[in-house]
Design a protein around this ligand. Structure first.
Ligand code: ADP
Ligand code: MG
Length: 626
């Protein structure tokens, strides 16, 4: 037996290569790190040059502080940084970088050429480094600032190099990173040149100009200013007017202390502020900056720093939502209902008992609390007057209910019909026991409603809402008891998901299984649908799952619901038949019967009526016979 000790320290270049795997995943990660270094160096002009989608060259040239000869050499050591000195500095981070890992990682996986000069020095420094080994170092004539060129990324890690995607894909990632940094610093000139062609040329200017340059001229007159200041945090930026909402998620940017972040949670806060203004399946544009004391966040959780942890996410959520609602209300004629902030927010521990002892002392006079609640009240008052205004858009149906009902039919506006019916005193679903008349034929109107005779008149069922209620109760029962049968797919479909969605999906898998979905992780970020509930139409399982996830996120802020409740609601909403679908007699009958078999048949899970009832005595009165 070999009794010699076996453990040895890894050589630096190998240790660096391993560490690099976390920091530099693809050319775009290097772009991000180099651009951030230039920003941290105080540059006012930053140029990015790439060739071959970054695979052969990534170069960033800045006019920032530059480095001394010693610093230039030190910069490539692991954990070498000028940005923090001690652990407390971590809670005061205002720079983009602080880990001191980027340059060491870049030098471990590429050939790097650095040129740099400080203002106070005559000559600059040139360093060539490859595989973490310095190949050349000499004085050089160079402008003030720094240029770092990274060539042939992963030349020494073939497995990674082979893993890179097509140039189009890698370039898209580079552009994304470039846009995120350039968006956050409109006071800095940026350019991006790819294969000799200048793709972006961004003069210094205002945030609005920068957004329009980056995202397109069509936003010029479509941006609403968002601005709320409190002593806890500031929110500013722009939100797109509702008519700019798109079917694809895309132009949505959150920055916390100028750092781009992803947050499904905060995204939901914005989405909910747009509720009722945009169709449920579309995504508004926004560019929002949240500035707060760095001590309130932990930027350390993710190596590439796109996710951060807030000391208290719920407060931030409420602020974001209120700020966007407020902005939209001021600049839009679109009705804004429900202006009140969720009262449970004010009861949250963090608001009622702020996080540190110091702050606790100031609680009663806390500006946070006061500004927050005052603003909230202000919003509420606004909302009341807006609500009144909103009703003015519609003719008041009180005096001529019948006529307006008729005209509503003619104009084919179902939403309005429902609103007017409700406002005109026609009874909404009542508690009294209604009974469907056996064997009476049912009638579908406008491919949306079902007229069904009942014991004391007739009811108008909303097919989607009714079905949502039926499915909701069925799923709740399945989630708690006997699982729904699943039918195995012959050809499992795969769905690739974004990283946050992968996490979400994994959380949901056990409950989904209970509801008849057999889904498995298949690779790193792809899921395979092996089976679906027996009653789901085959052919659109993939869309169904994607939409279900979107809908789940939509519900996700509702702290009062459990994950399962949210999932069940999402699925019920997702699978409910939609307006526009014509139904056979048999289908209508089943729907009506199933609805009346529900334990709470008159409202949807979210509280909308599933039907409106027209009682005979009321109808008689309308005809002057009552
Ligand atoms: P970090 O940014 O986390 O400090 P990096 O590895 O990215 O770590 O950079 C190491 C150090 O090199 C930085 O702290 C900074 O002092 C210096 N440096 C890097 N890039 C530049 C630049 N473009 N201009 C001036 N100094 C730079
Ligand atoms: Mg850095």
């Amino acid at each position: 037996m070999d009794l010699r000790d076996k453990i040895q320290l890894l050589p630096d270049n190998i240790a660096n290569q391993i560490a690099a795997g976390e920091v530099i995943q693809r050319p775009a990660s290097a772009v991000k790190e180099l651009l951030e270094n230039a920003v941290d160096a105080g540059a006012t002009e930053i140029k990015l040059v790439v060739a071959d989608a970054g695979k052969s060259l990534i170069q960033v040239i800045d006019n920032g502080s530059g480095m001394s000869e010693t610093d230039a050499r030190m910069a490539f050591e692991r954990h070498a940084t000028s940005k923090i000195n001690n652990i407390d500095d971590l809670f005061r981070i205002r720079t983009m970088g602080f880990r001191g890992e980027a340059l060491a990682s870049i030098a471990a996986v590429a050939q790097v050429e650095l040129k740099t000069r400080r203002e106070t020095e005559e000559a600059g420094t040139y360093i060539e480094i490859e595989n973490s080994i310095v190949k050349k170092q000499e004085p050089v004539a160079f402008q003030v600032g720094t240029s770092i060129a990274m060539k042939n990324v992963f030349f020494n890690v073939p497995a990674r190099r082979n893993f890179l995607k097509s140039n189009a894909v890698e370039m898209r990632h580079i552009a994304d990173e470039f846009i995120r940094v350039a968006m956050a610093f409109p006071e800095i000139f940026f350019s991006l040149t790819a294969n000799g062609q200048e793709v972006f040329h961004l003069e210094k200017g205002t945030l609005k100009q920068r957004i329009v340059h980056l995202l397109g001229n069509h936003y010029t007159s479509k941006l609403v200013t968002v601005q709320e200041k409190t002593d806890y945090l500031n929110i500013y930026g722009f939100a797109g007017k509702p008519d700019t909402a798109k079917k694809t998620r895309g132009d949505q940017y959150f920055f916390v202390n100028n750092r781009f972040i992803r947050s499904a949670y905060l995204n939901h806060a914005v989405m909910s502020a747009y509720q009722e203004m945009i169709p449920g399946d579309s995504f508004p544009m926004y560019v929002l900056f949240i500035d707060l004391d760095p001590a309130q966040i932990d930027i350390n959780v993710h190596p590439t720093k796109q996710e951060i942890k807030f000391e208290d996410e719920k407060i931030i959520y409420a602020f974001v939502q209120a700020a966007v609602k407020h902005a939209l209300a001021q600049f839009s004629i679109t009705p804004t209902l429900n202006f009140d902030l969720d009262p449970s927010i004010q009861k949250l521990d963090a608001v009622a008992n702020p996080f540190t002892d110091e702050k606790k002392e100031n609680t009663s006079a806390s500006d946070l609390y006061n500004t927050f609640t005052q603003k909230n009240q202000a919003h509420f008052i606004e909302s009341k007057s807006e609500l009144k205004h909103w009703k003015d858009f519609y003719p008041q149906p009180k005096d001529q209910p019948f006529k307006s009902l008729l005209s509503a039919h003619q104009e084919d506006v179902p939403g309005r019909l429902e609103y007017e019916a409700a406002a005109s005193g026609i009874t909404r679903p009542a508690e009294t026991k209604l009974q469907l008349l056996e064997d009476a034929p049912l009638l579908q109107l406008l491919h949306t409603y079902i007229v069904a005779p009942v014991n004391n008149g007739f009811i108008l069922i909303h097919q989607q809402s009714a079905h949502e209620r039926i499915l909701y109760e069925r799923y709740i029962a399945a989630a708690k008891g006997k699982p729904i049968a699943s039918q195995r797919s012959l050809f499992p479909l795969t769905i690739p998901l974004s990283a946050p969605d992968v996490v979400l999906m994994q959380e949901l898998l056990p409950d989904l299984k209970q509801l008849g979905y057999e889904i498995e992780l298949f690779g790193k970020d792809t899921f395979a649908i092996q089976g679906t509930p027996a009653d789901v139409d085959s052919g659109n399982e993939k869309t169904a799952i994607e939409q279900m996830l979107e809908q789940f996120k939509h519900f996700n802020s509702d702290v009062k619901f459990s994950r399962r409740e949210k999932l069940v609601r999402s699925l019920a909403w997702q699978h409910a038949i939609k307006p526009g679908r014509s139904l056979t007699q048999k289908e209508m009958k089943t729907l009506a019967d199933d609805l009346f078999a529900c334990s709470q048949h008159n409202i949807t899970p979210s509280g909308n009526p599933t039907y409106i009832s027209f009682k005979t005595d009321y109808l008689e009165k309308m005809f002057g016979k009552g």
